[in-house]
Design a protein around this ligand. Structure first.
Ligand code: M6R
Length: 602
């Protein structure tokens, strides 16, 4: 969480910093700030404020200078206010920080600086610690300070007496660097600086980058020079605006047929999934006897669909774990365990730490990641990238459906290699999967019908979503979408479980959304719908077209695919439902309150 940026070069820094911060706002939008070196004053001048980058733009209109750092904040330590915004300045040191310093209180006591601090943040204490060690040698001061920190950090640092130069160091939290003839750029995310060069690198952990307008020198903590691994950007950043949609979320929902196709089509060869390009060895699918999926939020819901598919088709037991709980639950791991991590950003710290934990204990690993070269991708033995392209809206949509698409590919691959399905069955499975994009297009074409249905929950305080079998994990995802962007309390329930307590909450004021896509569960689900209707609930039903019957009223007909392939089109319908509720309520759909797109705190 939090976005950081830095630039030094031949152009005015302000515009570059603010533009980058605007892109990074999805990492946090509680406050924003920049510090730019001002030659007339011989110091780095800080301007910062609570609120969005737009507000900062107004406040910085007269800022001049060719070197600066900037920050957009998701509050951890200290409330949302001007003083707690970054950059923080202490003595000669000005810095921006992404991450959390766990021992900041102890450092404050050790330095005796409590009365001198102007904020309640852990980050200001880091500035004070570097300043404490600073005697004219910036690298030495940074290394001495960083050795005392426990926690995670990406830091961009400037010193008043070293004009127009930036230093950077990190542990866990990412820092990306690139360079062109106009200067050097650093940021938390390549999206913020990718327009300046398609060649970039991730700063190695525990090394210090010294950045001037023409150079980047990196040394490790022993003073050895480091040559970072260069990466090539393969996302079309210039093409990543809203494309005429009012919100990124709507644009990203609409992109799904295309990005699902991109994720599956090139990986199906002769009727079989093929991961040779990713260099994923077949042994990863054949040698495991248990699978552990580790992920958070939406990505974890993709894992629940994966569990259903793999257990049913391959007969391999799968557990799905919330990454934040995983290592505290004494998980059973052995060399027959395959860990599958799922992450859009590839930076979610809970998932990353759980992956490292499992690998230390001998598990093999495969990650399903969207952001190329991200930390989880790099820490994993094998990676299959989702080809969703940049996902900017905080609410994840196209990342989810492409993650689920990869689970279909993994399922077919594993089942075929293990002899659970023959060549013909594998080809049939893949041909069903290839029909998913057009089923999604079909839902999208009829989105105005979903918009009309969304009015039925617009003013609700609570909603319930009920379904059985594969529909239940789909509704967990649907419910999360509705909660996070519309602020309506929503609970997904396996329909048969309602009567064991929760049905007490069903009244005429709790609209119920019912999903019916699983043929063998149809009659039971119809009975469950009757049960909530009897308690006064208005029920909005989403039914697979071939299952529509006179037994239950159908509000929206979903396209017809085999049971196991309904998970994607049904969730797309639910994404639209949540989207319309949020936008009709006049909310900031892309930046819901209290959230950030990339969660880099535990
Ligand atoms: O980047 P990740 O996929 O690892 O993020 C995990 C969750 O934070 C994320 O899926 C979150 O639940 C979504 N933004 C919700 O829409």
């Amino acid at each position: 969480m939090c976005g950081i940026i830095g630039y030094t070069g031949y152009s005015e820094a302000r515009g570059i910093l603010l533009k980058g911060l605007k892109t990074l706002e999805y990492r946090g939008y509680d406050s924003a700030g920049i510090a730019v070196y001002h030659p007339d004053f011989n110091e780095n001048l800080v301007t910062k404020c609570e609120g969005r980058v737009e507000k900062l733009m107004e406040k910085t209109s007269d800022v001049k200078g060719v070197c600066g750092i900037g920050h957009t904040r998701w509050a951890t330590h200290g409330g949302v206010c001007d003083a707690n915004s970054h950059p923080h300045k202490f003595g000669a040191v000005t810095l921006v920080h992404n991450g959390i310093i766990e021992n900041y209180a102890a450092i404050t006591n050790q330095l005796g600086i409590a009365s001198k601090l102007r904020s309640q943040t852990d980050s200001e204490v880091v500035a004070a610690l570097i300043d404490y060690y600073y005697d004219g040698d910036p690298r030495k001061a940074i290394i001495s300070a960083v050795k005392e920190l426990s926690g995670t950090f990406g830091l961009a640092i400037m010193f008043d007496d070293i004009p127009n130069e930036i230093f950077a160091v990190r542990n866990v939290s990412p820092i990306i660097c690139c360079q062109n003839e106009d200067g050097v750029y650093i940021a938390s995310d390549i999206m913020a600086i990718g327009e300046y060069s398609e060649d970039y690198f991730v700063l190695p952990e525990f090394s210090v980058a010294h950045i001037t307008k023409d150079s980047i020198d990196i040394v490790d903590f022993n003073g050895n020079e480091i040559k970072p691994d260069m990466l090539k950007l393969d996302w079309d950043i210039k093409n990543s605006g809203k494309k005429g949609y009012p919100f990124y979320m709507e644009k990203e929902i609409m992109e799904q047929p295309e990005v699902i196709t991109k994720t599956i089509e090139t990986r199906i060869k002769d009727g079989k999934p093929d991961f040779t390009e990713e260099k994923v060895d077949d042994s990863i699918f054949t040698e495991c006897d248990n699978i552990t999926v580790i992920a958070c939020g939406t990505a974890m819901h993709a894992g629940l669909i994966g569990k259903h598919l793999i257990e049913k088709t391959c007969g391999v037991p799968v557990t799905v774990n919330m990454a934040s709980e995983y290592m505290y639950n004494e998980p059973i791991i052995n060399d027959k365990t395959l860990v599958i991590c799922v992450s859009q950003s590839g930076e979610t710290i809970d998932t990353l730490e759980a992956l490292k934990y499992a690998r230390r204990r001998g598990a093999r690993s495969l990650s399903i990641v969207n952001v190329k070269g991200s930390t989880i991708a790099r820490e994993s033995e094998n990676v299959i990238y989702t080809n969703a392209g940049p996902e900017i809206a905080v609410a994840s949509t196209k990342a989810y459906t492409t993650q689920v698409s990869v689970f279909y590919l993994i399922t077919a691959k594993m089942a075929y290699l293990r002899g659970k399905i023959n060549e013909e069955e594998c080809a049939h499975f893949c041909s069903q999967l290839l029909q998913v994009p057009s089923a999604v297009s079909n839902v999208l074409e009829r989105r105005t019908d979903i918009h009309k249905l969304s009015k039925g929950i617009l003013t609700a305080e609570h909603t319930f979503m009920i379904g059985r079998g594969l529909d239940y994990p789909s509704l967990l995802e649907a419910s999360l979408k509705l909660k996070e962007i519309s602020y309506i309390h929503s609970e997904a329930f396996a329909s048969g479980e309602l009567k064991h307590g929760t049905i007490a909450l069903i009244t005429d004021a709790t609209p119920v959304i019912a999903l019916l896509t699983q043929e063998k569960l149809m009659s039971k689900q119809v009975s469950n719908i009757r049960e909530v209707q009897s308690r006064g609930a208005q029920v909005i039903t989403f039914i697979r077209s071939s299952l529509v019957s006179k037994d239950v009223n159908c509000s929206f007909e979903l396209p017809d695919l085999d049971d196991d392939f309904m998970a994607i089109p049904s969730v797309v319908a639910m994404q639209l439902l949540a989207y319309y509720v949020s936008s009709d309520k006049g909310l900031d759909v892309d930046k819901p309150r209290n959230l950030a797109k990339v969660v880099t705190v535990e």
